[in-house]
Structures are given as structure tokens and as C-alpha cells.
Write a protein that binds this ligand. Sequence first.
Ligand code: GAR
Length: 209
Amino acid sequence: MKNIVVLVSGGGTNLQALIDAQKAGKIKNGKITCVISSNPNAYALQRAEANGIDTAVIRRKDYAEFSEYSSALISLLNDKKADLIVLAGFMTILGEDVIKAFKNRIINIHPSLIPAFCGEGFYGLKVHECALQRGVKVTGATAHFVNEVCDGGPIILQKAVAIENGDTPEILQKRVMEQAEWKILPMAVALFCDDKIKVINDKTTEILD
Ligand code: GAR
């Protein structure tokens, strides 16, 4: 059974999707053992507590140097015996030492079809604003491993979502979450926990039985 540690910063609807998938028996070989937030007021922490999941808070601003913050985060993740780390709306950039310490063991959910609308500065509602501004007809979400390049790690799963007339960033964000993020994130986590993802040359393949 793999220990899943989920990193959050806000509302935590993706965390909720993981909790629901776990309750429904869809993540057979993993258990959410801890939720770590960058923000003490994140609603995601209440979701964790309501489900009896251990929580912790670690804030970048409590450390003078970025390297000290990274070391503290690595220690915390090691204390929690994390086998898999999930970034579910986690809005603090991870340092290279954290990424190296957990190579191909950190999964992020991003609200677009990478490589569109991704990289530094593309997060949350901003991603959907840019998609609407560009006038694309299809967007979606991507679950991927985290490497040193922002949103550049091996892609695990993607799901497309149609853009509709009259969409606002808020309406589109909700549709992308409902139709894509909340589905592919638990699926990617389940595949990882089942040891079904192989990474070769920065690309993933699913190991079939
Ligand atoms: C989600 O849409 C997630 O894809 C996005 O933030 C939102 C968090 O919502 N993440 C990023 O933009 C990362 N670049 P949630 O707290 O309700 O899960």
C-alpha cells in the first residue's frame, strides 16, 4: 500500500475527487495519509480533517531562504513516508532538490492540454482566461509527473473538454474540473499505485496486464 501525500493551497476540489475515489475503492493500492497546505486557511484542510486525514501546513514565507524551505518540505515528506506526492492546486513552485528527491513520484494536475497554456504564470483561472482569449475550441486537463521544467514533465493522462459559446473563465474552469480534472487525477494516482506507469525518455506508457 503506497502512502499518498497531497499538497494543496486552496479549495481542494481535486483533493475531494481523490478522497471520493479512495472511498469508492478506485485507488486499490494507495491511501491518502496526509494533506499538506501552503496556506493555513485553505478549505482543502477542512476536507482532509472531515475525512480523518492527517494535515500539516508549510509556508514559503516562514523561511528566509528558498533552500531552507525546500529542505523543510523534504523532511516533512520523508517524515510522512510519502511514496507518491500529488500537487492538487498547490501554488508554490517546488525546488529542484524536492523534485530530485522524489523523481517520477510527484504528480501534478494542470487545467489545460499541455503543451498549451502551461509553464510559469499559467495557473488557476488565468489558464482559462488565456484559452478563451486565444479562441481555442477545445481545452482540457493534464495529469503529469513533475520534473525541473515547469509543467514539462512526462504526461500521464489527458482529457479534452469542448469550449462553448458564452463561456467565461469561471464557467470553463468548472467544466474542465468536472469533465476532466476530477476524472484523470484519481485515474493517474491509481495507475501509479498499481505500478502501471513506466517512464522512458520522458514519456510514459501504461503497463497492460
Ligand atoms: C485546479 O484547476 C488545478 O488544475 C489548478 O488549480 C485548481 C485548484 O483547484 N492547478 C494549476 O493551475 C497548477 N498550475 P482545487 O483546489 O479545487 O483542486
